[in-house]
Design a protein around this ligand. Sequence first.
Ligand code: XMP
Length: 315
Amino acid sequence: EGTLTEYLDVMIEQVRRQVGDRKVLCALSGGVDSSVCAALVHKAVGNQLTCLFVDHGLMRQGEPEMVDELFGRHFGMALISVDAADRFYAKLAEVEDPEAKRMIIGEEFIRVFEEEARQLGETNFLVQGTIYPDIIESNSANGVVKSHHNVGGLPEDMDFELVEPVRYLFKDEVRVVGEALGLPHELVWRQPFPGPGLGVRVIGAVTPEKVRMVRESDAIFREEIALAGLEGQIWQYFTVCPGVRSTGVVAGRRTYGEAIVLRAVHSTDAMAAEVADLPHDLLRRITLRITAEVDGVNRVMYDTTPKPPGTIEWE
Ligand code: XMP
């Protein structure tokens, strides 16, 4: 850890050298990687940095509010929030292929950025929270596993130069750097969240209804994990809408609803993962809550697949 905090000074110096006295835009998502990058670049070049939070309509519950509160109010960074949900939903309508979805989301992100950047005037640099596993898994020498939002999903004609201060770090190293930068513990140790957001947790075509089901069930899952005292002990836990409908019965009446899959895994660097051994009681409680509270959901399943052979996300 000593060497990593020394490396932090090197990274800050590198950002200063790359950027000079020009302006920088940061793609702030509220995730660990982009938050650490924002703090790092803010430390390096101060108010030359403007953070842009694009709400693609695929965020977790409470996320836009959290970003505003923490980075805008608490840290006092220049923060612009853009509600672009309609644009993303329109582009994604009826697109089923996972790689096509990732490309569309990544590309639309850059379009929104370019538009905002133009309004800000001269902005030459774009900060991205690319980390080392993103680069490895997007490397075509190994065959593309997934086109990560931060790497393969970028359009080729974008007119920013990238600043990627944590591109040689693994996740746990990014967290140590975040703490060294004075970011709040809860933020630094929060679970990772993919750039394409809930878009890769609705399998197949994205609809506002399915996103709502994932968002609401995810909020319940997170709440119950926290109540069980397991927060911070599981690398990642979230819900997926696989798009499978099944027959159910409530108060003697037939239902035909969507299913929700619970996924909870332990990992140290996201390259491999083991399924978390959640207590059966807890699974039962979460199942009852989701089927009772999330409109349109009548079945809940637990994903018992490690990585490999499964990936952590379903798409
Ligand atoms: P997979 O599903 O490939 O995910 O096992 C490994 C880790 O990466 C996260 N993930 C992403 N992170 N942009 C990101 O910044 C992305 O496009 C993306 N896709 C997956 C995933 O949540 C897991 O932690």
